[in-house]
Ligand binder design. Structure first.
Ligand SMILES: [Zn+2]
Length: 552
């Protein structure tokens, strides 16, 4: 408490604090950006003066601002500003969007954008013929929603000189027609063959993308995030863009950058990462994490599995996916990053990659001893049951993208058939992780999928698509019902536990006296209605440090 009058008070609400006791309150007071009272209307009003703004919540819910533990806002903003397929879910819709975009951008040398869903196309592979018909004269470069594959037209292949004689690179492959000619889809590292010819975005492009992304995320109640790929090189200059954006006082969100680990370089890049980190923090931006992508994705069978994938007929193949960093090298890299005080943020989809990440952290622990860096593994789509307790033992945060834990098209057609029944039942084991004592933080992976935390919380609780879901309406059965988590646990994943992985839990992530007033107002109390209706909740206002950054 302080003698100063509050600048802002909220009264008459369902204030869900997400403090250690998960207490509820009715009201709170904010003084110079910091929470100075949490309690009853009377207690908050006691701090009001003539200049105090009073927000009557009228029964609405007040939560800590949501934090997204894994997302790509520059890419999401870029999609919004370019040929954006991510809100559509059929080939006809894609064609309409492309035609409209091409007509509206006669001067664009390249047609870029993307966000297509693999399960729209046979085998997950779109054909160049469709794009050739729509855009015969200019090159097209469209990454998929998950960014692991790219759809191109003939003009783009021609400019890149990719023909039937082009060999597949070591870390990806070109989908080919019966004659061996490129068919229009490039997976994983093969995208680089064309990508290097796409003009690099300028720093101004990335700042423009950040501006629209931040606005959109604030409209969903998000006040902080961890950017899961912040690039230092010229093809993805988002680090410089964040520094400029934060330095120009435009960054209202709190952002932790996970600097990209370039798997084509070695341990010598640690020096560059240290130098980058030392350029911050600037404003609310700090680059204290390093992102290592250890495997690909299951849909194109590049995720690292212990037992081989099945083929479409259910026969066992030879393919166990990829380890983008050799597991022994990974141990050395993680041990070094850990010694340098970096948090390591892994991309690990399938059970072998998850194990390799855990093994690497175990090695670092053995060499460097315990610390508070809070390494985390994102995606954790398949976890071998033996590895579940290791998250708690090693202090590794499980970073989940709950929107993927449902029976939608990609799961039914491109995942379960290739994993087989035993492993398919190990997917997204959120309930098991919680029961094993893991800290479960959550994020969206936007623009891979929607960044709306309420929709994501809905799926974490229900393991079923909300009625509003547009991608592959086959919501059907509850997906592995024993892995559902309760609403309080799901909200914690997007508030205090995401704040924990962002090292922001001392200043945000819960509503407590002394913390920043980072807040989200939701139109209804999410606990006071059937869980099947959680998705109907909408954010009506968002505050960072007591400043309103969004209002409906
Ligand atoms: Zn990601």
């Amino acid at each position: 408490m302080t003698d100063e009058r509050a600048d802002l008070i909220f009264t008459g609400g369902a204030v869900y604090t997400v403090d250690a006791a998960r207490r509820w309150a009715q009201a709170l007071a904010v003084t110079r950006g910091t929470i100075t009272a949490v309690g009853t209307d009377e207690q908050a009003r006691a701090l009001a003066g003539p200049g105090t703004e009073v927000v009557d919540l009228a029964g609405r819910m007040l939560l800590p601002g949501f934090q997204d533990a894994h997302c790509h806002p520059p890419g999401g903003g870029y999609d919004i500003l370019h040929c954006n397929l991510s809100d559509a879910y059929s080939l006809e819709e894609y064609e309409g969007i492309v035609l409209e975009y091409v007509a509206a951008h006669p001067d664009s040398e390249w047609i870029v954008g993307g966000g297509w869903s693999m399960d729209i196309f046979p085998g997950g592979n779109p054909s160049k013929d469709v794009l050739d018909r729509l855009v015969p004269d200019r090159p097209v470069y469209f990454p998929s929603r998950d960014g692991h594959s790219v759809w191109v037209n003939s003009k783009a292949l021609e400019i890149a000189g990719v023909t039937k004689d082009t060999l597949d690179p070591a870390d990806g492959w070109i989908v080919r027609d019966a004659d061996g000619a490129p068919a229009g889809t490039l997976h994983e590292g093969a995208s680089e063959l064309v990508n290097k010819h796409v003009p690099d975005e300028t720093m101004e492009d990335w700042i423009a993308a950040l501006r629209v992304a931040q606005k959109y995320l604030h409209s969903l109640g998000i006040t902080a995030w961890q950017d899961a790929i912040v690039g230092l090189d010229s093809s993805y200059r988002t680090f410089e863009a964040y520094l400029a954006f934060a330095g120009g006082d435009e960054l209202t969100a709190r952002v932790i950058a996970a600097l990209w680990w370039n798997r084509h370089r070695g341990i010598e890049q640690v020096d560059d990462l240290i130098a980058a980190r030392a350029r911050g923090p600037v404003g609310r931006f700090a680059a204290t994490s390093v992102k290592i992508m250890q495997d690909g994705v299951i849909e194109n069978q590049t995720a690292g599995v212990l037992e081989p994938y099945l083929d479409a007929e259910g026969n066992v193949t030879e393919n166990r996916g990829r380890s983008f960093v050799d597991p022994e090298e990974l141990k050395a890299v993680v041990t070094r990053l850990d010694a340098e005080g970096f948090q390591v943020h892994f991309h690990a989809i399938a059970e072998r990659a998850v194990r390799e990440a855990l093994d690497a952290i175990e090695s670092a622990r053995q060499v460097n001893g315990p610390n508070d860096l809070r390494h985390h593994i994102s995606h954790i789509q398949v976890i071998h049951p033996d590895d579940l307790p290791r998250f708690r033992e090693l202090g590794v945060v499980a970073n989940a993208q709950p929107l993927w834990a449902m029976n939608e098209g990609q799961m039914l057609h491109l995942t379960i058939p290739f994993l087989g029944p035993k492993r398919s039942a190990w997917q997204y084991p959120f309930g098991s992780l919680v029961r094993a004592g893991a800290v479960l933080a959550m994020g969206s992976d936007w623009s891979v999928s929607s960044p709306d935390p309420i929709e994501e919380i809905h799926v974490a609780v229900n393991r079923q698509a909300p009625a509003s879901y547009v991608y592959g309406g086959e919501s059907g059965d509850v997906f592995l019902p024993e892995e559902r988590i309760d609403l309080a646990t799901a909200i914690a994943g997007f508030t205090i536990n995401a704040a924990y992985v962002n090292h922001l839990d001392d200043v945000a992530g819960s509503i407590e006296v002394g913390k920043f007033a980072d807040l989200a107002v939701v139109d209804r109390n999410l606990f006071a209605q059937p869980v099947e209706e959680i998705y109907q909740g909408t954010v009506e206002a968002t505050y960072v440090q007591g400043e309103r950054v969004y209002q409906v």
